[in-house]
Design a protein around this ligand. Structure first.
Ligand code: SPV
Ligand code: MG
Length: 312
C-alpha cells in the first residue's frame, strides 16, 4: 500500500470529509457540460493507474473484480462482502470518485438497502444497481442468453428505499436499465428509466448492445422530450468507436470504459507467460515488462522506506 494515502487510519471526520469531497466532485462533474469519464478497475493498482492518467472517476467493475480477484464468472457468484471489500481497497488507492458496480444489490429489497448502507458508511462515492433478477447474467453475453428483469416497480421501490434512508445527501445512487440488453425495446427502457429517476436515482445507466447506436438514439430522443433532468450514463463496450465527447454531444453526462484495463491486463499477462513458457528464461519476458523500479514507484515504496528510516 502506498504510504501517502489514507490507509484506514483516518479519524471518522477525515473519513467523512474524504467521502463527501469525492461525492461532490462526482456530482459537480455530472452537472457540468463535459462528460465525466470513468474507467473500470479490478484492483487497487488499476485505480492508481487510472488516477495518474487524470480520468474523472473509477468504476469498480463487477466483471473485473469477479474475474481478476476471484477467478469466477460475472453471474452473481461474487458475494456482497467480497464486492464491498474490493471497492474499499480500490477507494483507498485513489482520490478520484469511486462508483461501485453493485450488480442487482445481492438479494431482495432488504439486502439492497443494506448493501447501499454499507457502501455509504464505507465512504464509497456512489453505487450502481441494475434491474436484472438474481442470478444476473453479464450484459455483454450474446442475445442467446436468457434474461429476465426485475419488475420495474420493484426496482424503483428498491431505489426509493435506499434514497429515503441515506444519511449523506451527497451519496450517489445510479439506477441501471437493462431493458435494451434484454431485448425489451425502447418503450420499456424509457418507462424504466423514468420510474428509477422518479424513485430518486441520481443518474441512469442505459445499457445497450446496439453497435449502431440507433436504439440509444431513439431512447435519447424520447428522454429529451420528457426531460426529467437526471443525467444519463453510457457504457460503450459494444459501441466502442464513439468517443466520450461524441457520446456527450448526444446527451450522456458520464461514459464508463468498464473493462478495457482488465482485458489489456489479460493480454499483457498472456504475452509474458507465453514468452516464459517458450524460452524458460526470465529475459524472455523483458520486451513485455516494466522495470521493477516502476512498480516500486507506483505504490510509493521509496517514500515508505524514507519514513521508516527517519523514525529509526
Ligand atoms: C461491469 O463492468 O461489471 C459492468 C459493465 O457491469 S458490463 O460488463 O458492460 O455489464
Ligand atoms: Mg457489472
Amino acid at each position: 500500500m502506498s504510504m501517502d494515502r489514507p490507509a484506514g487510519g483516518e479519524t471518522p471526520g477525515q473519513h467523512a470529509d474524504r467521502a463527501t469531497g469525492k461525492r461532490r466532485r462526482l456530482r459537480s462533474g455530472l452537472e457540468s457540460a463535459g462528460p465525466v469519464v470513468a474507467v473500470g478497475a479490478h484492483d487497487a493498482l488499476t485505480a492508481r493507474l487510472i488516477e495518474q492518467r487524470a480520468f474523472d472517476a473509477v468504476w469498480v467493475s463487477g466483471l473485473g473484480v469477479s474475474t481478476a480477484q476471484l477467478g469466477i464468472p460475472d453471474l452473481n457468484l461474487m458475494t456482497f462482502t467480497e464486492a464491498l471489500e474490493a471497492a474499499v481497497r480500490i477507494d483507498r488507492a485513489t482520490e478520484l470518485p469511486v462508483i461501485a458496480d453493485c450488480d442487482n444489490g445481492y438479494g431482495g429489497l432488504l439486502n439492497v438497502v443494506r448493501t447501499a448502507r454499507e457502501y455509504e458508511l464505507a465512504g464509497i462515492t456512489g453505487i450502481c444497481l441494475e434491474d436484472n433478477i438474481f442470478p444476473k447474467r453479464n450484459s455483454l453475453l450474446g442475445a442467446e442468453v436468457d434474461r429476465e428483469l426485475l419488475p420495474m416497480a420493484e426496482h424503483a421501490r428498491r431505489i426509493a428505499a435506499i434514497k429515503q434512508r441515506q444519511d449523506s445527501p451527497d451519496f450517489v445512487v445510479i439506477g441501471r436499465v437493462e431493458a435494451l440488453i434484454a431485448g425489451l425495446g425502447v418503450d420499456e427502457a424509457i418507462d424504466r428509466a423514468l420510474a428509477y429517476a422518479s424513485a430518486g436515482a441520481d443518474a441512469i445507466v442505459i445499457h445497450s448492445r446496439d453497435k449502431t447506436l440507433a436504439e440509444i438514439d431513439a431512447f435519447l430522443e424520447r428522454w429529451r422530450s420528457v426531460d426529467p433532468g437526471v443525467p444519463l450514463v453510457a457504457i460503450p463496450t459494444l459501441f466502442p468507436t464513439f468517443s466520450a465527447e461524441e457520446l456527450a454531444a448526444r446527451g450522456f453526462s458520464m461514459v464508463i470504459f468498464a473493462n478495457q484495463p482488465l482485458r489489456g491486463a489479460v493480454r499483457a499477462m498472456e504475452q509474458v507467460l507465453d514468452a516464459l513458457r517458450d524460452e524458460r528464461r526470465a529475459a524472455a519476458a523483458n520486451p513485455f515488462v516494466d522495470p521493477v523500479d516502476h512498480v516500486f514507484d507506483l505504490v510509493g515504496t521509496r517514500d515508505a522506506i524514507a519514513l521508516d528510516d527517519a523514525g529509526a
